[in-house]
Design a protein around this ligand. Structure first.
Ligand SMILES: [Zn+2]
Length: 226
């Protein structure tokens, strides 16, 4: 077990990195992720654990090097197949007290108030004595999720081309049905074959005619001799 949960007294963060570990509650994760991909997801499929090290620099910034481990359910936006997406996301956060120089550089209008996190990339501010890693790591999770999750994201294939699934086509259906996209090509192919046949017939007819013409001429010559 780690010494720190996700809520840490700033005074307890020293220059020597110390471990922290805690759970992002399922309701918090669900609320954060459920509209990211529309009706397709995401939904928590297990515990979300954040762990890592935190230390403070000589100039007073806390650096949290964390890893989020979780599993989320989603449905492929292409074919609707359900999947569980295992995630392991690493992120480094810079955390400074509100009165720190770095915090002063941030736009005051973006500061949301007591105990709230500043929504600047990688730099978070806090008020009071405690640092809560819950919100910044929840944001890390959000920004790392695709808005269009697909089968390929979990090294799977979409249902239409996956034979093992057996739906929506079974094998017999597939043999009988011609993909409508091929229909114009098949029609063109048939047309070309018909044309070729016609040309061959014409050539044969032409040969026959010249042959018969020759024969007639010979016949004519023969008859002249007589
Ligand atoms: Zn799919």
């Amino acid at each position: 077990m780690s010494d720190f949960s996700l809520i840490i007294r700033f005074d307890d963060i020293k220059s020597t990195p110390r471990a922290f570990e805690g759970e992002l509650k399922e309701e918090l994760v669900a609320e954060a992720v459920d509209h990211l991909a529309g009706k397709c997801g995401y939904f928590p499929a297990g515990k979300t654990i954040v762990s890592g090290d935190i230390y403070v620099t000589a100039s007073g910034e806390a650096i949290a090097q964390g890893t989020i481990k979780t599993s989320l359910k989603f449905k492929c936006v292409s074919c609707g197949k359900s999947h569980v997406l295992p995630l392991e996301i690493e992120d480094n956060l810079i955390i400074v007290p509100k009165n720190h120089d770095l915090a002063a550089d941030l736009d005051d209008a973006d500061l949301i108030g007591e105990g709230m996190w500043e929504d600047q990339p990688d730099v978070y501010t806090f008020s009071g004595h405690e640092v809560d890693l819950t919100t910044p790591f929840r944001e890390t999770l959000i920004v790392n999720l695709s808005a269009y999750p697909r089968c390929e994201d979990v090294q799977s294939e979409c249902q239409k081309v996956t034979k093992e699934i057996g739906t929506p086509f079974d094998d017999d259906d597939q043999k009988e049905k011609v993909d409508p996209r091929w229909a114009p090509l098949l029609a063109l192919k048939k047309e070309l074959m018909d044309q070729e046949n016609d040309q061959e017939n014409d050539q044969e007819n032409a040969q026959d005619e010249s042959f018969s013409k020759e024969t007639k001429e010979k016949d004519a010559k023969k008859s002249k001799k007589h």
